[in-house]
Design a protein around this ligand. Structure first.
Ligand code: FBP
Length: 550
């Protein structure tokens, strides 16, 4: 297979490890933990894995003699830069515990665990993937591990290969499932440990003990480079407003981080829109206001960042989407009837079935978007926000608003717009130095957790704004991150999703600057990820982490 010159150089990169993981270690156990909320319910549901202590690894001179063990690994959900380094760190960590240890990869995500689609990951195979982006070493998938039947099948498959521990690399949902699986295996004394690893470019799997999910750093740097390039084009041609939608299904962390790196004229934060209970037309007005002010200064160009999940945070849209989800849920009579309605009549047909309030909102949408809301659903019957062209919706609505203002003599400028969606461009990028080191450490650390007999823990590397040498390695009980939430009509234990905190330092800093960025052209052009050169360029952390830890 041909590989690029950069990839050849990058293959030689030895990711950094925290000092604690470089030699022999002992476990330092903290106090018993509590779940983040709903302690009574979570304790009852997780009697075997609740209340475990947070642990930290500390160096020692004594070498642990550990028996040979086989370990399995699963990549779950959307790709995130650095997944291959988690696997190479896990591989090296296991070999350092005992050179005869073996690592097996379940192929195609959690589905491979249930269906026994598995391969051994040898040192030759792992060598070809070190410091590369993507999840293609074993592939990923979105099968949910939720049912006892699946757990039992997985256990059978583990037993066949003498696998004593499984590492699940995933986001909040996958780690919630890892927690349930760990509890089940502990309860039936299956003899298989489960360890989670925090992955997602969305950045919404973080808390006091997990500073960042891996992949966020690289993805934001890639998007920021692209945004910077577009800003420079906008500032050169001075004729377009660029509306850029950024991935991040729910939380707006990616948008916020990219704004901190590039200083756009507009960056919407879904969590703020929800907190202020803004309507779609409030959002459109606020954008049109900034465009008008800049037009008065003769600057008929700019850049607006739109978080992917925006529409679900606008209260009236959220209600509309939830009504549409019920109306068009698979297997219902209404969904059946809908499939027979002529395409050109679908908007009218649907509007008539909605509540009066949602019907008005639905009819106010451009026809293309209204149709997208009725058509694009995931296997669980929910709207797939990555397929809703929110950036085009806003362009159309802002255009209409400005045309009205023009008629009233309130807008004299020009408005020409371009739309973009950055998501897949960054999810498999070659990991930044930060993600390469962080992921390798997370994987190596997962091996240490396994070697020390832990289950129901998430691999945790902290103090990440310091040089890697001083990072803190250990584990956090996953039950500590859980609370009860309503899912599909039932209360379920789930990891609490981390949304953008409106009183947090990253948002506060952004809020203190955005009015100036709106009017002035204060663009920053970050350029590509650098691997070689001064540390302040090559090893910088995200602005989010820097501000949070300042
Ligand atoms: P994870 O939560 O699994 O990490 O995936 C996140 C994400 O990249 C979102 O940002 C995006 O909405 C979604 O995946 C897209 O999903 P798909 O890969 O199925 O198109």
């Amino acid at each position: 297979m041909a590989i690029s010159a950069l990839q050849q150089e990058r293959a030689k990169y030895q990711p950094k490890l925290p000092k604690a993981l470089k030699g022999n270690i002992i476990v330092f156990e903290g106090k018993a933990t509590e779940s983040v909320a709903d302690q009574k319910d979570i304790k009852k549901l997780f009697p075997n894995t609740y209340g475990l202590p947070v642990i930290e690894f500390v160096p020692t001179d004594e070498k642990q003699e550990l028996p040979v063990m086989n370990v399995g690994v699963i990549l779950s959900g959307g790709q995130a830069p650095g997944g291959h380094n988690v696997i190479s760190g896990l591989f090296d960590g296991l070999k350092s515990l005992n050179p005869s240890n073996k690592l097996y990869g379940f192929k195609g995500g959690p589905g491979g665990f249930v269906d026994n689609n598995v391969m051994e990951l040898t040192s030759e195979i792992v060598a070809g993937y070190r410091n590369t982006g993507g999840f293609d070493i074993i592939g990923s998938g979105r099968t949910k591990l939720e049912e006892t039947k699946q757990f039992d099948k997985g256990l059978e498959n583990c037993k066949a290969l003498d696998i004593k521990a499984v590492v699940i690399i995933g986001g909040d949902d996958s780690n919630t499932n890892a927690c349930v699986l760990a509890e089940y295996y502990a309860q039936i004394e299956a003899g298989v440990q489960i360890i989670g690893c925090p992955k997602t470019i969305d950045g919404d799997l973080k808390n006091e003990m997990i500073e960042a999910s891996f992949g966020f750093d690289t993805a934001c740097k890639v998007y920021s480079e692209l945004i910077g390039n577009i800003m420079r084009d906008a500032n050169s041609a001075k004729k377009y407003w660029h509306f850029i939608k950024l991935m991040g299904r729910s939380a707006s962390h990616i948008g916020l981080e990219c704004a901190l790196q590039t200083h756009p004229n507009i960056c919407l934060i879904s969590e703020e829109v929800a907190a202020k209970k803004q309507t779609l037309s409030n959002v459109v007005d606020s954008i049109a206001d900034i465009i008008s002010v800049r037009a008065e200064k003769g600057e008929s160009f700019g850049v607006a960042l739109i978080p992917e999940g925006l529409i679900e945070f606008i209260p009236e849209m959220k209600d509309l989407i939830s009504e549409l989800n019920d109306l068009l849920a698979e297997g219902t009579a209404t969904a059946q009837a809908f499939s027979h309605v002529k395409k050109s009549h679908r908007v009218d047909w649907t509007a008539e079935k909605l509540s009066p309030k949602s019907s008005v909102v639905f009819r106010s949408l451009p026809e293309g978007i209204a149709n997208q809301l009725t058509l694009d659903r995931d296997p669980h019957g929910n709207v797939q926000v990555s397929k809703i062209e929110t950036e085009k919706l806003l362009i159309e609505m802002v255009e209409a608003e400005l045309a009205e203002r023009k008629l009233e003599g309130k807008f004299k400028g020009k408005f020409g717009a371009q739309n973009h969606f950055f998501g897949y461009e960054g999810r498999c990028a070659a990991p930044s130095n930060f993600d390469a080191d962080y992921c390798y450490s997370l994987g190596y650390n997962a091996a240490a957790l396994i070697g020390n007999g832990k289950t129901g823990y998430m691999s945790s590397i902290r103090n990440t704004t310091a040089p890697a040498e001083s990072w803190i390695a250990g584990g956090v009980p996953i039950t500590m991150m859980m609370n009860m939430e309503r899912r599909h009509g039932h209360m379920k234990p789930v990891i609490q999703k981390a949304l953008v905190e409106l009183d947090g330092k990253p948002f506060s800093y952004f809020a203190s600057q955005r009015n100036e960025w709106a009017v002035k052209t204060d663009f920053v052009y970050p350029g590509p990820i650098q691997y070689f050169g001064p540390a302040r360029v090559c090893d910088r952390v995200t602005e989010t982490l820097r501000l949070e830890n300042a």
